[in-house]
Structures are given as C-alpha cells and as structure tokens.
Write a protein that binds this ligand. Structure first.
Ligand code: HPA
Ligand code: ZN
Length: 326
C-alpha cells in the first residue's frame, strides 16, 4: 500500500544496528568454511532453526557463537559491506554501527583487526554508495568493568575512527552504574555516550543511563513507559530512543506489535527512531521494522515521516555529513 511506498522512499538514518547481528546464515556458513571454524549447526537451514528465542539471553547465546566465524580483517570488511549495501537499498543515508570488540578479543582476534575491517568498509561505502557510516564500540555488560577499561584503552589508539561508546549484552543484573568509571573516562576522551537500557531491565536502569553515565541517547528504552516522570524527562531533554520493534517481538519484550510502546512515547513528545538491532536474527532490516510497526499501530503518513525526520535529529553527524545527507 501507499504506506509501504512512503517508507521505502523516505531517507533515514539507522542508529541501532549491531554489525555482528547483520551476519546472515549463508555468510555465517561460508565464513565458517573459509576459516575452519566448527559451528554447532551443519547447514544454513539448521542455523535458521536455531533462531527461536524466548528472551534476550537465548538470543545472545546464539549471537556469540555466530560471530565466532569472524576472524580476519576481510571478514569484518565483508560483513559491514554487505550490511551497508542492504541499508542503502532501504534509503538509509547515515549509519551509526555498534560493534562488540570483546566478543572478538576474547577469542584471540585483535582489536585492530576488527576496527580496521569495519572502518575500511565504512570509508568505501562513502565513496561507492554515498552514505556516511560511523562506529560505536559497545562494552559487554555481563563482563566486569576492568575488562571494559582494557577495551577502552585499546580504543584510544583508534580515537578518530570510533565516534562513541555504548553498553549492550545481558541487561538484567548488570545496571549501568556498574560502568560508571569507564564511561567517565570515555567522556573525558571525547566519545559520545550511549547505552542499552529498559529493554528487559527496569526504568531505574534508564534513569542510571541518563544520570550516572550521562548518555546522549538511549537504546530501546521500552520500559521507560512504566514511569511517567521518566517519560517526561526524556521528552523535556529530547533524549532520543532508538527503538527496534521486530527485535522486541522476537525477544518477547512484547507479545504483539500492537502493544509496542512507540506511539505512547511519541504522543508524550519523546524523540523516537526506528531501527533493526540485529536484522539477520530478527527477520527484518530497517524498512521492515517501519512497515511492521506502522501497520500494527496504524501510523499515519505524517507520523512515519516524523519518525524518519527524528532519526536525523538523533544522529551524531558532523556538519559535513549533515550537509551531504540533507
Ligand atoms: N540487546 C542487548 N545486547 C545486544 C542486543 C540487544 O538487543 N543485540 C546485540 N547485543
Ligand atoms: Zn541492540
């Protein structure tokens, strides 16, 4: 229908995409062969069958095994290039891409290998596709702060190739305040700050992301809807939420898209964006997420346009990138 045409045509930014979560099953199986990595699944179909998740942790258990096929700089380049081409087809003009260095360094892959491959893909995409793409390094919150500190130390050597730091992985039991010191150091080093909060965790974790870590933008933030004062705070300060409807559905954060909190947030003046999170695992890229949530919440064309416009407001683009995108 008209709504889908509009979604396809709208220029947009994608601000919540884990590049390791864009690893499609066929590339996973091909890279496993190329690198002699043994997977617990013996075919593309078997990989697909493993994608039934009851919670965030169920997904993460598969996600960390999946990324074990990424070994060489070329693997990271190929992964990011495939995603950027796919995003370009969805009229994405600017990407802020999360990556999980600790998911690789813990397997003996050098930090430099990861960043060099991803950065080269972003640079080439600028030339060949005309879209801008930057990197946000996430700390794995199920690991301790010391491990995050060592990861930040490694990132300082690549300061100009990484625009920010974020926080992801298992949320429950790992509150943002666990990473207070390393985020303060990252801020002093000039990184933009982000954190996943309120996906499975309580509104208190969103408050901590804002007041203890000092983040500029909150990833997911679904459960902020339970706390009226928190919603008012997000609206007042125009702290954007990067929401991911199909992820929420697949990870059972919500039982049906008609219950998605996106509309309740925008109605209160919160800046909301629509994103894909881990598109290879959750069954859709960014336009699929727009289409699914627009259909379920019966969004009007003006509301869809506003979501795409908010993605530009929420993006951390340089003046030069903004001029190129608009
Ligand atoms: N939540 C937390 N950690 C993640 C996610 C997510 O949705 N995707 C990849 N790592
Ligand atoms: Zn995420």
């Amino acid at each position: 229908p008209d709504r889908d045409l509009l979604i396809g045509r709208l220029p947009k930014c994608e601000l919540h995409i884990h590049i390791e979560g864009s690893l499609e099953p066929d590339m996973m199986v091909a890279l496993a062969r190329r690198n002699n990595v043994t997977l617990p699944w013996d075919s593309v179909e078997a990989v697909r069958r493993a994608y039934r998740f009851g919670s965030l942790q169920d997904f993460l258990d598969v996600y960390y095994v999946g990324m074990s096929v990424l070994v060489t700089e070329q693997d990271f380049y190929d992964l990011a290039t495939a995603y950027l081409r796919r995003a370009h087809a969805d009229n994405v003009v600017h990407v802020e891409m999360f990556f999980d260095p600790q998911g690789h360094t813990s397997r003996g892959v050098a930090f430099d290998t990861v960043v060099n491959g991803l950065h080269r893909a972003c640079r080439d995409a600028r030339e060949t596709l005309g879209l801008s793409a930057s990197l946000i390094m996430c700390f794995l919150r199920h690991l301790d702060e010391r491990d995050a500190e060592r990861t930040l130390d490694a990132a300082l050597a690549h300061r100009e190739r990484i625009v920010g730091v974020g926080l992801d992985s298992s949320e429950q039991g790992h509150p943002p305040e666990k990473f207070r010191r390393v985020f303060a150091r990252a801020r002093d080093a000039g990184f933009h700050l982000f954190a996943h909060a309120g996906e499975e965790g309580p509104p208190a974790y969103v408050w901590q992301a804002l007041d203890v870590l000092g983040v500029r933008r909150v990833d997911h933030g679904n459960r902020a809807v339970e706390d009226e004062a928190l919603v008012a705070r997000l609206a007042r300060d125009r702290v954007p939420l990067t929401m991911c409807p199909l992820s929420n559905l697949r990870l059972r954060v919500i039982d049906d898209l008609v219950h998605h909190p996106l509309r309740r947030m925008t109605d209160k003046g919160v800046a909301v964006t629509v994103n894909s999170d881990d598109p290879a695992y959750f069954g859709g890229y960014v336009n699929d997420n727009f289409r699914a949530v627009a259909a379920s919440l019966d969004l009007a064309p003006a509301e869809i346009v506003a979501l795409a416009r908010t993605s530009f407001e929420a993006a951390m683009m340089s003046a030069e990138e903004r001029a190129r995108a608009l």
